[in-house]
Design a protein around this ligand. Structure first.
Ligand code: SF4
Ligand code: SF4
Length: 516
């Protein structure tokens, strides 16, 4: 067989796998309404930031959807097969699939186009099936970021490729410095809290505030030493359904082993959507544990008085994550919650389900080739924020936060050293610290509820500080320590906590003494 014939055979196999996967993941609604219901009014274009701000034809929601329709109809309908075999309609090739691949990742699957559509066509549903087809046919592996997300998840169960030791040692160091404990692997804890990879990779220095809130509020929670990623990126960026299923099952298994009552969804828009909407479809059955949002727990704690707060003085606007508000219907809860921690709350216009996307989710930010365009289209978001005149913009999603931070810096509303963007739990943290300082009860952040019932030995066994202690004695720790010293998040934490490097040096010396 010649090289050309081999290439042709490979392409045939890729195309076959692609169309079969696409067909498999299209829903009944896709095959009915979404495939045939478009009346070509173009109103969806007026709703999509990627199209509004670039004017590029390929960024129009309908154009993206038309290519899905073209591929599926040509290869999966009797009429398409017949007309295609006679050469009367286009037959998209593997090269056409490659050429168009980027348009499905220059879209955050935010669903805003559906709001504008008189036929209620879900373009995002078609695009998700398309992403799955790219992934299962192997074409996604030609993109280095998608390839790394899939391979990292397969090998390390962490989409950024961080080891378990690295994931735990950064907050371990920060909390160790502040003398704050975290319960690890405590059986019978009411809540199992797992931090998504975007959070524990990109903002661990701020994530420690959430632990302090949980301690101060005396929440009955534990973290698991086994799960370091919730599958956020594999479900929403790579759309690898098999691996998503594995991640959900491992999350369930951790909860089963720990006999937890609830699984807590952190401030991550993709996780909210996964757990409240997609999990049942991915697993083919309901998730085994009741799901509760971290912000629901915090609001309850404020309401029942276990979490003292005093609303902060800064004016605050709220960015609705598309996956939390538009796609999971949780926007009103935040309007109830925010006035409890903020005196001067200012709505963005438009807001709730009509809000513009941050443009970072579902790969918008993660794929570096999107950066220039993403920043260009985020002008809309910057304008929204600026028009509120608010001091701060907050959001209950780690990826939205990262994108808002970037956008406010790019558009001159903030600097890296003077952040305007905040995670919502950071606002709660400030409100809590304001109240605790007044009461002289700042120490409440240190001791988790579950430790009160344990003796010293059990506390060490089930604490992050105990985990760190063991780690410092391992042969891999000196290498890990070097990595931590150079880590951008560790440096950022040290900038905001000037005494930290002294603490770090002390650990370094102790480790060197032990290892020698
Ligand atoms: S889902 Fe969002 S980003 Fe994608 S086409 Fe629709 S409006 Fe645009
Ligand atoms: S708004 Fe709906 S019907 Fe109109 S072009 Fe877009 S997808 Fe088609």
């Amino acid at each position: 067989m010649t090289t050309q014939q081999t290439a042709q055979k490979n392409d045939q196999q890729i195309l076959q796998k692609f169309v079969d996967t696409l067909d498999h993941w299209l829903t009944e609604e896709d095959i009915g309404l979404n495939m045939y219901g478009c009346v070509e009014c173009n109103q969806c274009g007026e709703a999509c930031a990627w199209y509004i701000e670039t004017g590029e034809e390929e960024m129009h929601p309908k154009v993206r959807a038309d290519f899905v329709r073209k591929v599926w109809k040509r290869y999966k309908t009797p009429m398409g097969k017949f007309l295609g075999s006679l050469g009367l309609i286009d037959s998209p090739t593997v090269d056409d699939l490659r050429k168009n691949m980027y348009i499905y990742w220059q879209c955050t699957l935010c669903g805003r186009c559906t709001l504008a559509c008189p036929m209620n066509i879900s373009n995002r549903s078609l695009y998700r099936a398309m992403r799955a087809a790219y992934t299962e046919s192997g074409l996604s592996y030609e993109n280095p970021t998608l390839k790394s997300i899939i391979e990292n998840t397969e090998k390390l169960r962490h989409s950024f490729g961080l080891t378990r030791e690295f994931v735990f040692s950064r907050p371990g160091l920060f909390l160790g410095y502040e003398g704050v404990e975290v319960p690890v692997d405590v059986k019978g804890a009411e809540y199992l809290f797992v931090c998504p990879s975007a959070g524990n990779t990109r903002i661990p220095e701020y994530g420690v505030k959430l632990i302090k809130i949980l301690n101060a509020a005396q929440i009955n929670y534990t973290i698991s030493s086994k799960v370091t990623d919730t599958g956020t990126e594999i479900d929403h960026i790579a759309v690898h359904h098999e691996l998503s299923k594995v991640m959900l099952e491992e999350w369930e298994q951790a909860a089963e082993e720990l006999q937890s009552k609830y699984v807590v969804v952190a401030e991550c828009g993709c996780d909210v959507r996964t757990m409240y909407v997609e999990a049942e479809k991915t697993l083919g059955r309901p998730f085994k544990f009741p799901i509760v949002s971290i912000d629901t727990i915090l609001e309850q704690a404020i309401d029942n008085g276990s979490l003292p707060v005093e609303p902060i003085d800064e004016s605050v606007t709220f960015h609705d994550p598309c996956y939390v508000t538009r796609l999971s219907g949780r926007g009103d809860e935040y309007r109830r919650f925010l006035p409890k921690v903020v005196k001067d709350f200012r709505e963005m216009i438009p807001n709730k389900e009509h809000n513009y996307c941050c443009n970072g989710g579902a790969g918008g930010m993660r794929l570096p080739e999107n950066t220039e365009k993403r920043r260009k289209i985020s002008r809309l978001k910057a304008e929204q924020i600026k028009n509120t005149g608010a001091d701060l913009v907050t959001t209950p999603c780690a990826v939205c936060y990262l994108n808002l931070k970037d956008t406010t810096e790019v558009y001159g509303l903030a600097t890296p050293d003077n952040r305007k963007a905040r995670m919502l739990f950071e606002i709660v943290y400030d409100a809590m610290m304001k109240a605790l300082k007044k009461r002289g009860e700042e120490d409440r952040v240190r001791m988790p509820y579950l430790f009160k019932k344990m003796n010293k030995e059990e506390q060490i066994k089930h604490s992050l500080s105990g985990f760190m202690e063991q780690l410092t004695r391992s042969s891999q720790f000196p290498e890990l320590l070097k990595k931590l010293k150079d880590d951008a998040n560790v440096k950022n934490y040290a900038k905001e906590n000037p005494g930290f490097w002294k603490y770090f040096e002390k650990i370094e010396k102790e480790v060197m003494a032990t290892q020698n």
